[in-house]
Write a protein that binds this ligand. Structure first.
Ligand code: SAT
Ligand code: MN
Length: 589
């Protein structure tokens, strides 16, 4: 008797019509075989899917060049197909599930002719974790099969674990012919299904990542009482050796990966990495909030990564303890056969091919590596990997940080009065899309909890769900708004950022452990500057104070902008959030 997984795979094969079906086991040996196929047989246009890099200097590293139109997530082609548009909310593109499936079935019909269908059984989370989810994806490209091996816990054991149950999250994927007019990333929360065609790019094709671990998982979490979040999870060891765990939500390009493996500027402090992108948060049996990272790899932005900005990532990329390391759409140093990108260590190489393989010089005015070029590497290669990474129970969270890039108004750090107030802080998080000139606010995109592109249901209901989870917590973590990006009158960043962010985190740990007080303002609790460890830093006193000032007229304008953003959620916006909003308005006078 065929199992539900086998039946589902047969159904996919009947539609996509591959020549062969290969069930993957996620082993190192299998990864090597797939890399060989990707180097020798499989092509995108004329380009082999993989190219071996210099293994003397970059052990086990390979270059992948994508189709030129397939370089990023395509939010406009991403849909969440709930039975009604209202359930998807104003934060999602919506299509009727029946119509969506008909459209996808037409595009998928015969799309794997002449190809192999790879079946990928994998877990999001440790297999022994009560919070993990069993998943199965099919795909038709080795790049996705190998990437999923790095990014998830892939194993044939997952099939035994699923057994005769229908309880697994399904992902059906084909690169199709990379035609942007036939590209769709569709989510069916009712069926725990993601159906993606036309793209091989990370967030569009590695379905365990944003599609399942955030969009589908957020819907599961709403039903089951937990939270799927776009957050770093990290442990901070203090000079006494005590490790405290925190989560941090930031939109892309605000330094999440750098934060997750930060090199502390304060002696005696050390950061341990659990995750750099996704956290699943559950209420534990003791009433504390526990976090797991459902992933097992990093899919990080290459440009700007160096020994100066993120030494631990450079060591991770060269460690090669497990699995291949993939570089996607970076440039190539032709003399050394090494990956290269803007902001890499060392001088610009003499002979460079750009991300599409064309000859490149620095005079041409273009970037050699694509701005969204990426590396894919196992977390097990990170020197900062936390000993708790494989703890099925997860780690207890003492603080949640939420931030964005705001050159004005938002303080360096501010503690919420309580959980509900923290939800209000998170709901209004915004990030500037361009650097602002002095005294001039740039274009602001509101991105609640950094989840705007990833929340799989109506975000108004999502705020309500956050409030409900808080009510179940006996010991809720404190919530903080942080902002590393305030500028002075000359447009220069006031706060040094990177490794110095540990100073802010130290204050947060001191608060969590009841060691320091805070100053109450209308917007939240801010530090007494004397409680911040600024040893060895040179920031003028007036600038330091500016980082915590409450600019009332500025906040009046901010409140109008928050109102116009939140109003789009209509009746879905919880009454409690409205009250907190009115309370803020009153306090501002
Ligand atoms: O494409 S991913 O979502 O995996 C990466 C990103 O856009 O942050
Ligand atoms: Mn992300």
């Amino acid at each position: 008797m065929a199992t539900p997984v086998e039946k589902w795979v047969e159904e996919q094969a009947r539609l996509a019509k591959p020549d062969k079906i290969h069930w993957c086991d996620g082993s190192e040996e299998e990864a090597r075989t797939l890399m060989e196929i990707g180097m020798k047989q499989e092509k995108i246009g004329e380009t082999p899917v993989f190219q071996e890099l210099n293994h003397k200097t970059w052990p086990n590293a390979y270059l992948h060049r994508s189709h030129p139109t397939d370089v990023a997530r395509t939010e406009q082609l991403t849909f969440v197909c709930h039975p009604t548009k209202d359930q998807a909310g104003p934060n999602n593109n919506w299509m009727d599930p029946k119509e969506a499936k008909e459209k996808l079935a037409t595009l998928t019909d015969g799309c794997m002719k002449g190809k192999t269908m790879y079946v990928l059984p994998y877990m999001m989370g440790h297999p022994d974790s009560p919070y993990a989810k069993s998943c199965v994806q099919v795909t038709d490209i080795t790049y996705v099969a190998v990437s999923m091996g790095i990014m998830t816990r892939m194993s044939k054991n997952v099939l035994d674990k699923i057994g005769n149950s229908e309880n697994f999250v399904k992902g059906t994927h084909s690169v199709g012919d990379f035609d942007t007019n036939k590209r769709f990333i569709m989510h069916f929360p009712q069926d725990s299904l993601v159906w993606s065609i036309g793209s091989g790019y990370g967030g569009n094709a590695l379905l365990g990542k944003k599609c399942i671990s955030l969009r589908i998982a957020s819907c599961l979490g709403q039903k089951e009482g937990w939270l799927a979040e776009h957050m770093v999870v990290m442990g901070i060891q203090d000079p006494q050796g005590k490790i405290t765990y925190i989560c941090a939500a930031f939109p892309s390009a605000c330094g999440k990966t750098n934060l997750a493996m930060l090199e502390s500027a304060l002696p005696g402090y050390k950061v341990w990495t659990i995750g750099d992108d996704i956290a699943w948060l559950n209420v534990g049996p003791d009433g504390r909030l526990y976090a797991i990272n459902p992933e097992a790899g990093f899919f990080g932005v290459a440009p700007g990564t160096s020994l100066k900005t993120n030494p631990n990532m450079v060591h991770t990329l060269k460690a090669a303890k497990v699995y291949p390391t993939l570089f996607t759409n970076v440039a190539l140093d032709l003399d050394k056969n090494e990956p290269w990108w803007e902001g890499a260590d060392g001088a610009v190489p003499k002979r460079v091919a750009d991300w599409q393989g064309k000859p490149w010089t620095s005079e041409g005015g273009t970037k050699a590596a694509h701005a969204n070029s990426r590396f894919t590497v196992s977390l097990y290669n990170a020197p900062t990997l936390s000993q708790e990474f494989d703890n099925p129970r997860g780690v207890p969270i003492s603080a949640i940080l939420m931030g964005g890039k705001r050159t004005q108004l938002i303080p360096l750090v501010m503690e919420a009065f309580d959980w509900a107030h923290g939800v209000f802080l998170g709901a209004r998080i915004g990030s500037e899309t361009t650097a602002a000139a002095a005294g001039h606010i740039g274009h602001l995109r509101r991105d609640p909890m950094a989840m705007l592109p990833f929340c799989g249901y109506n975000m108004g209901d999502y705020f309500g769900h956050w409030l409900n989870v808080g009510k179940k917590l006996k010991h809720p973590p404190k919530i903080y708004s942080v902002n590393w990006f305030r500028t002075d009158d000359d447009g220069r960043f006031i706060w040094p950022g990177f490794g110095d962010n540990i100073r802010v985190i130290k204050w947060i740990l001191d608060r969590a452990n009841g060691r320091v007080g805070a100053k109450e303002t209308p917007i939240g609790l801010v530090p007494n500057v004397a409680d911040l460890d600024l040893s060895g830093l040179k920031i003028a006193k007036d600038k330091m104070e500016k980082l915590f000032e409450v600019d009332r007229p500025g906040w009046q304008t901010e409140l109008q902008s928050i109102d116009s953003f939140l109003s789009q959620f209509g009746d879905h916006l919880p009454a409690e959030i409205r009250c907190l909003r009115d309370d803020l308005a009153k306090k501002l006078g």
